[in-house]
Design a protein around this ligand. Sequence first.
Ligand SMILES: [Zn+2]
Ligand SMILES: [Zn+2]
Length: 344
Amino acid sequence: MTLRDDPFTILGVKEEASREEVKRAYRRLAMFWHPDRNPSPIAGSEFKRVHAAYELLCDPQRLAVWRQTLAAEATPGDPVAGTVGDDLVQALILTLEEAASGCHKNVELIDCVCCHHCAGSGRVQHDHLVPCPACSGCGRVSRPGGRTSRCDICAGRGYLRETACTDCTGSGWQQALRTLAVTVPPGLLDGERLRLTRQAPRPPGGEEAAAGDLYLEIRFAAHALFVLQGRDLHCQVPVSVFRRLAGGRVEVPTLTGSASLELSPWAQQPGEHRLPGCGYPGKRARAAGDLVVHLASIDPHVGPEDIELLEGLEDRLAADLDRRAPQLAAWELQMRARRQGASG
Ligand SMILES: [Zn+2]
Ligand SMILES: [Zn+2]
């Protein structure tokens, strides 16, 4: 058992968190790591870990057992010299913009530190005798079957000069929040990891040097406008059917602002336009991706004056249908054959 199994650390909640806070944290993480949504190779195991942590936090009895086991393994006052704590993989959620340009982030970790109250011994000396917490001072404890027997903790004396530290429940260590300032270099992709040597949460009893490595796995938050494929940014841009036919300038979004897409007139407009190099930035020798604009043609509402203009356009089209719209010409031909079939 290690701090990696700590349900509070896994769900990122404080020990005093309410049921509702725990539930919210669980839902968010379960959604994030769900293997159906998250393609990362660690998604399945992380999802299970989050679920197990949530189940543990929902069960006060199991949680109490877990705490006792952890405290027993911590061997108070006896730091495990030379051992190295577990490496930890933690998700770092970034927007596409943050990841593209690089950013600074604060990551919160929970370390195990020596208990201040008992200096890590797990025991507290009193200058006068205090009632034994196990038998409340009577020297006897009840056993199954309604019998009582001598209290082992105080050897039946009922009073003690030394008791377990209440601050750390005798473990000798406590949890402490640590904020780590992280610089994320520009151009990292979803699933890439940043390794922070010896920055994993410190295990119980561990000295600073005994901490494992912390891996921050980059995760992209869903973006309202862009979908990333490789380093190409795909984006849907609505244009009116008139603009699409007439051509001209269309303003399209980029990660840093906007760019201009020139649609040529007359030409049959394809649905997809590429702006080379305007996508997600490259890294080292890798070139930047393209911005791939998918035009969505919008039919606007038309008023009486528009209808007059459109009727004029329709007349002009009808006069030259074979050349300008062969599909419509073929359709007209079919309909004419039906009319003649019906009348003849
Ligand atoms: Zn203590
Ligand atoms: Zn006792």
